[in-house]
Write a protein that binds this ligand. Structure first.
Ligand SMILES: *Cc1c(COP(=O)(O)O)cnc(C)c1O
Length: 356
């Protein structure tokens, strides 16, 4: 008997495993995963606890309560909403719906690290397009990268990890130029943190464009990262495909009920978001005053391009008590968290800058 193991798909060999943000030790701040630093609101926690009493049952497979709530909140037909296990889950369903072996998926790079992974899991070919010198999507280069094998394009607005956002005029010009049979996914995981009025709301752009799909999540502004719930807003054929390719019963009843409670507590949540935006502005201004070149971040994190000194900087932050997210050879992304954590980061950046 030979000792061959089970034959797995060769496409998996080239796939990096997803690297989660480093966990923080008890005495340090975790600024590595763009999480909301605030604990759940009391009403949201109560809804989740109540749902926990029924977890011997499967969740509502149609996710009807949350879907109805979202449809009303965004003024879209319920049929245009598809939920999933985080927006990463929905993004994976989008690729499974649109791209297979030999098909191409375009995205900016560096951008959200799940894009190349989920593309390759589906057997499709990732086509990364470098960011511009000012850390933004190069939409012209992305248009130029379209071939007759292109099936899907991710546009991450604002971009993770750089925070740069695309303005309305530029995005509309891009959407108008993309062939109508290519699906464009506007990943708006940080939508609630945008304050630049020139950044469009993807939900307005999707309405008269059947090839545009918007991705949103409850993980960031709404503070439900641990419950895994996100959604897409898309026209029927796409939304229907998403329901076919999603893991059945993927969104737990806890997650569904907590998401509904979050939407109902939106005013309180958006106050917290506003406080985080104020902190982002304070941290960005502090970095600029120290002499760093800082992207105008429209998300809940800031980006420092440190090149070869990235790991050194991340280690200095770690020693000082904040865990940040390094991308070796490129830069660090630092989530906006508790004021005390942000202060430690700023102090470390200042010391490092002087030696830079
Ligand atoms: C955090 C993030 C998501 C959301 O992930 P979830 O699966 O919803 O937790 C999606 N897209 C981008 C760009 C992100 O940064």
């Amino acid at each position: 008997m030979s000792e061959l193991g089970p034959r797995l798909r060769p496409t998996l060999d080239g796939i990096p495993t997803y690297k989660p943000g480093k966990p923080a030790s008890a005495d340090s701040f975790k600024l590595s995963s763009n999480e909301n630093p605030y604990p759940p609101l009391p009403g949201v926690l109560e809804a989740a606890v109540a749902a926990a009493g029924t977890f011997n049952r499967y969740p509502d497979m149609a996710v009807s309560g949350l879907t109805a709530e979202l449809a009303q909140r965004f003024g879209v037909p319920a049929e245009h909403i598809a939920t999933g296990t985080g927006s990463v889950g929905v993004a994976q369903s989008l690729i499974l719906s649109a791209a297979g072996e030999g098909d191409e998926v375009i995205f900016a790079w560096r951008s959200f690290e799940a894009y190349p992974i989920i593309t390759q899991v589906a057997g499709a070919t990732p086509v990364p397009v470098p960011l511009t010198a000012d850390e933004a999507h190069d939409l012209d280069a992305m248009l130029a990268a379209i071939t007759d094998r292109t099936r899907l394009i991710f546009v991450c607005n604002p971009n993770n990890p750089t925070g740069a956002a695309i303005h309305r005029e530029e995005l509309v010009r891009f959407l108008d130029a993309v062939p109508s049979d290519v699906l464009v996914v506007l990943d708006e995981a940080y939508r609630e943190f945008i304050r630049d009025e020139q950044v469009p709301d993807g939900i307005e752009l999707y309405r008269d464009r059947p090839n545009v799909c918007v991705l949103r999540t409850f993980s960031k502004a709404y503070g439900l990262a641990g419950l895994r719930v996100g959604f897409a807003v898309a026209h029927e054929p796409v939304a229907t495909a998403l329901r076919k390719t999603a893991v059945p019963f993927g969104v737990s009843q806890l997650a569904q009920d907590a998401a509904v409670a979050s939407l109902r507590a939106e005013d309180a949540l958006l106050e917290r978001v506003e406080a985080l935006v104020q902190e982002r502005e304070r941290v960005s201004a502090g970095l600029t005053a120290q002499g760093w070149t800082v992207v105008d971040s429209q998300a809940n994190f800031v980006w420092l391009r440190l090149g070869e000194r990235t790991m050194e900087f991340a280690e200095a932050c770690g020693r000082a008590g904040v865990v940040v997210r390094p991308f070796p050879g490129e830069g660090v992304r630092v989530s906006i968290g508790e004021v005390a954590g942000n202060d430690i980061f700023l102090a470390t950046a200042e010391t490092f800058r002087k030696e830079f």
